[in-house]
Design a protein around this ligand. Structure first.
Ligand SMILES: C[S@@+](CC[C@H](N)C(=O)[O-])C[C@H]1O[C@@H](n2cnc3c(N)ncnc32)[C@H](O)[C@@H]1O
Length: 437
């Protein structure tokens, strides 16, 4: 495949069909590097869209309806534009909130000093996660130190007050804490999956050293961010993007939408964040594995579907009415003897939910506003799905017009995911440029 190489900045005009190879090592500026997140996109993508479509204008309203770790929101805030992020995942919403919230530096320094001074002091009532398998995931030393940090963070409102500025610092510390959990756990940190490898034994990092060094990084970055001139507010909402979202904006219309929706069947966001959720999931009723399993059913593209839901599914009777797509669903159904029905149903459901999403977002966008969607194609039971093209047809049914499609090569290991030989590695993301008609 031929690529057009660009350095750091994506050019304004890219011809239809071109695939870029974007060379950059600046993807962690300001708060962008705060927390790992699966399939995070590079800040250059929203930056490109904002520069191209909102030239010299501030105070616009930008929406990311699948905001993940808030990349679009950070770029919107820095560019002097208001933004709203929507995600079904509460951890993602919290990461996004922290990455876009200005902090009171004096209060922050005071709380950090207190935290550092208390790490080695015995705490009265230690926080303990509601997780029966904790010893599988963490050493005793890690459990004791993580418990101490979380206990201290919990006591912040009691000691420093319940005002918003203190609450914002508490959230920042929770996300900083969460961002080191995988590293100090026994779980492999090379893969998207959360598991303890018995062949590649891991030496977990020491909790206090790792946390304190991460804290220094967070403090420096959040102070730089907070001092940035003309920052605008970003709001993050925990809800599903396939629900009706128009009420959310009180009649205000969106000037630009930028997003990367989930892939079909590829990422289990909840499973990926399992060790973090053991330690902070109590904040949003996702601490236990039972709670996590219940919640993950609501994610678009999720593959944990109960048999009762797909038992009677057939592409003959329930389909999208898009010939090429319906044929592919039929091929999955027929060719995969073991899982054909289930996989065809998951794929059908994915496109149905994305159809609902386009319906609902279409109502909230200004006429002629652009919707930039970054998405990768997928293989299901060895059948290739041109997800980007099918989503374009679905978008056009719902009041959008595709005006350009270009691609870029995915370079970050955390964004590439293997499908165990069932389809290789997704290594191109397509950028779909829609206009609201
Ligand atoms: C590819 S990720 C977005 C990553 C983001 N661009 C970033 O830079 O971090 C897709 C997101 O869609 C979210 N998601 C899945 N199902 C959803 C739904 N029904 N409604 C809203 N968000 C959903 C996932 O939780 C995930 O955060």
């Amino acid at each position: 495949m031929e690529y057009r190489t660009v350095k750091n900045i994506i050019p304004n005009d890219i011809e239809n069909g071109v695939i870029l190879s974007i060379n950059t090592n600046s993807v962690t500026q300001y708060t962008h590097g705060f927390h790992k997140y699966p399939a995070k996109f590079i800040p250059q993508i929203p930056r490109w869209a904002i520069n191209k479509y909102l030239t010299n204008k501030q105070d616009n309203l930008i929406l990311d309806p699948f905001c993940g770790s808030g990349t679009t929101l950070v770029e919107s805030t820095l560019s002097g534009n208001f933004s709203v992020g929507i995600d079904i995942d509460p951890l993602s919403a919290m990461i996004s909130k922290v990455k876009t919230t200005r902090i009171n530096e004096l209060e922050l320094q005071k709380i950090i000093e207190w935290l550092k001074n208390n790490l080695n002091k015995p705490q009265k009532k230690l926080f303990t996660p509601d997780c029966k398998t904790l010893n599988h995931w963490f050493t005793d030393d890690a459990i004791s130190k993580l418990s101490t940090i979380r206990t201290l963070i919990n006591s912040i409102p009691e000691l420093f007050g319940k005002e918003q500025k203190i609450n914002d610092i508490q959230d920042l510390l929770i996300i900083c804490f969460s961002s080191v959990i995988r590293r100090v756990s026994n779980a492999d940190d090379e893969s998207q999956k959360t598991y303890v490898s018995h062949t590649k034994i891991k030496q977990p990092e020491e909790v206090y050293l790792t946390f304190l060094s991460q804290l220094d990084y967070f403090v420096k970055r959040i102070i730089d961010f907070s001092n940035y001139p003309n920052l605008k507010t970003a709001n993050t909402l925990i809800l599903s993007s396939s629900e009706t979202i128009s009420e959310t904006f009180n009649g205000q219309k969106i000037d630009l939408a930028i997003t990367s929706p989930p892939y079909i069947k590829a990422i289990d966001y909840v499973y990926n964040q399992m060790v973090e959720l053991f330690w902070i999931g109590d904040l949003f009723q996702m601490q236990t594995q039972e709670q996590q399993n219940k919640k993950k059913k609501l994610y678009i593209g999720n593959k944990q579907i109960p048999v009762t839901e797909f038992r009677n599914y057939s592409p003959n009777t329930a389909n999208l009415g898009i010939e090429a797509l319906d044929n592919k669903l039929q091929q999955v159904f027929d060719s995969d003897k073991k899982n054909g029905r289930k996989h065809a149903y998951i794929t059908y459901k994915y496109f149905m939910e994305m159809n609902k999403h386009f319906q609902s977002i279409s109502e909230c966008m200004k006429k002629k506003a652009h919707y930039i969607m970054v998405v990768g194609d997928s293989d299901v039971s060895n059948i290739h799905f041109d997800t980007a093209d099918f989503l374009s047809i679905i978008a056009e049914r719902n009041g959008f017009k595709l005006i350009n499609k270009w691609g870029y090569k995915i370079k970050n290991r955390f964004m590439r995911f293997d499908r165990k030989g069932r389809g290789g590695i997704i290594d191109i993301d397509w950028v779909l440029d829609f206009v609201k008609c």
